[in-house]
Ligand binder design. Structure first.
Ligand code: SF4
Length: 99
């Protein structure tokens, strides 16, 4: 665990409640109807981990590591949020190398 890393939870909260206009940038082949992989879903899971509501299990890590679809949103997010980068910070902070 990286204890010195401060997670930008404001951006995560904003993204978690966003209607995800960025989803149009995700190719259908990358996210065939899977709402769990859009940025707002990843942000919600990240917040649950940060807040202690969701334990940092391998299954949770697997959810958060599925960022292929969300990576298409980084360049088009109208709010400038790099949710993939923030999710990676959450993984680093709460899961470490063995989580
Ligand atoms: S990445 Fe940006 S546009 Fe996409 S859901 Fe998050 S805040 Fe909304």
């Amino acid at each position: 665990m990286n204890d010195t890393l401060v997670i930008n939870t404001s951006a995560l909260k904003h993204c978690a409640c966003c209607p995800a206009p960025c989803r149009s940038a995700i190719p259908a082949a990358v996210s065939p109807g899977n709402e769990a992989v859009i940025p707002s879903a990843l942000a919600m899971v990240s917040l649950a981990v940060v807040g202690g509501a969701l334990p940092p299990t391998p299954a949770t890590r697997s959810l958060l590591e599925n960022t292929a679809a969300a990576s298409y949103c980084v360049a088009v997010c109208p709010y400038g949020h790099d949710i993939v980068g923030l999710v990676r910070q959450v993984i680093d902070r709460y899961f470490g190398v063995n989580g």
